[in-house]
Design a protein around this ligand. Structure first.
Ligand code: ADP
Ligand code: ZN
Length: 290
């Protein structure tokens, strides 16, 4: 990614992958962000999935020339630290067959070790991209949170992606359960009632016995959803002090959630953080720009 930032020029040509639990989207683009070709590959076992991606890039190289670099944004947990012996691997995932898959190694073998490969989580890539081209431009301290099948967050801290021992897992923070929701066991297989277990799309579906997509805006599900998301955002504010928080993912298609979350976050903070950024909630908690 640093390579991309430092050396973009007009005749360069980039490969990108967004690796998810249901599909891998591969694309090639020029340095002006024009996508030249794109393909969606269903996620099955690691070898057939990654081999289909490699075939796409090999064909793209025949059509357009040699890749300058390949960037991979992938579901985690994974190891994004180039200095680590397990760099480029997926770590302990419940996804059958994917644990310990060496994703970067696979592409270096298939495409040649001379092509630099960037590897990070989907949400780290999202926060980085939002900071360059989307809703986070001009901010060096930024959080991107996706609320979808899971909940995941990426953080930019003083203009660097926050990695630590690997990467944050903010979706699994523990929250106090709302008294009206005490019977709900939560949907996270690891923690039950963590943020993801209380507020992801599948959590909403398990609690209300219908898909989040189909719940009317006046359904009580949404006030509870805004409450849990605001609790999560409050913890993120207090720990990371981001200058802006960007929310994406399927659940946030319900755009009426934004004012509800902002109001609830203001209420929960209790006038504690008297900062101009946070006083201007409408530009503090925003939808993704990309
Ligand atoms: P993924 O997490 O797999 O990348 P999404 O971000 O689209 O994909 O998340 C899918 C989840 O979001 C599902 O649980 C789905 O019910 C929920 N979802 C998708 N679209 C909507 C919508 N318009 N309103 C509410 N929930 C939605
Ligand atoms: Zn969890």
């Amino acid at each position: 990614l640093d390579y991309y930032n430092n050396s973009m020029n007009s005749n360069e040509f980039y490969g990108t992958i967004e690796g998810g639990g249901t599909k891998f989207i591969c694309a090639v683009a020029d340095a002006q962000n024009n996508i030249l070709h794109e393909v969606r590959i269903p996620t099955t076992l690691p070898h057939p999935t990654l081999a289909a991606c490699a075939d796409f890039f090999l064909q793209a190289q025949r059509d357009f020339g040699k890749l300058t670099a390949l960037g991979i944004a992938c579901f985690g947990p994974l190891d994004p630290r180039p200095s680590s012996p397990t760099y480029g691997h997926i770590l302990a995932t419940p996804k059958p067959g994917w644990e310990n898959t060496n994703v970067v190694g696979f592409f270096q073998q298939a495409l040649g070790a001379d092509i630099p490969v960037g590897f990070d989580t989907d949400v780290d890539a999202a926060v980085l991209a939002e900071s360059h081209w989307g809703a986070g431009q001009g901010f060096g301290n930024l959080v991107y949170l996706t609320i979808g099948t899971g909940i995941g967050g990426g953080a930019l801290v003083d203009s660097q992606l926050l990695h630590g021992y690997a990467h944050p897992e903010m979706g699994h923070m523990l929250l106090p359960q709302h008294p009206s929701d005490n019977h709900f066991p939560g949907s996270c297989p690891f923690h039950g009632t963590c943020l993801e277990g209380l507020a992801s799309g599948p959590a909403i579906e398990a609690r209300w016995h219908q898909k989040a997509d189909n719940l009317a805006p006046d359904h009580p599900a949404w006030q509870l959803e805004a409450h849990y998301l605001a609790l999560g955002l409050m913890n993120i504010c207090l720990i990371l002090a981001p200058e802006r928080i960007i929310l994406g993912g399927g659940v946030m298609n319900q755009s009426f959630l934004f004012p509800m979350i902002r109001a609830e976050l203001t209420r929960l903070l209790g006038n504690y953080l008297r900062l101009p950024q946070i006083a201007d909630m409408e530009s503090y908690v925003v939808p993704s720009g990309l």
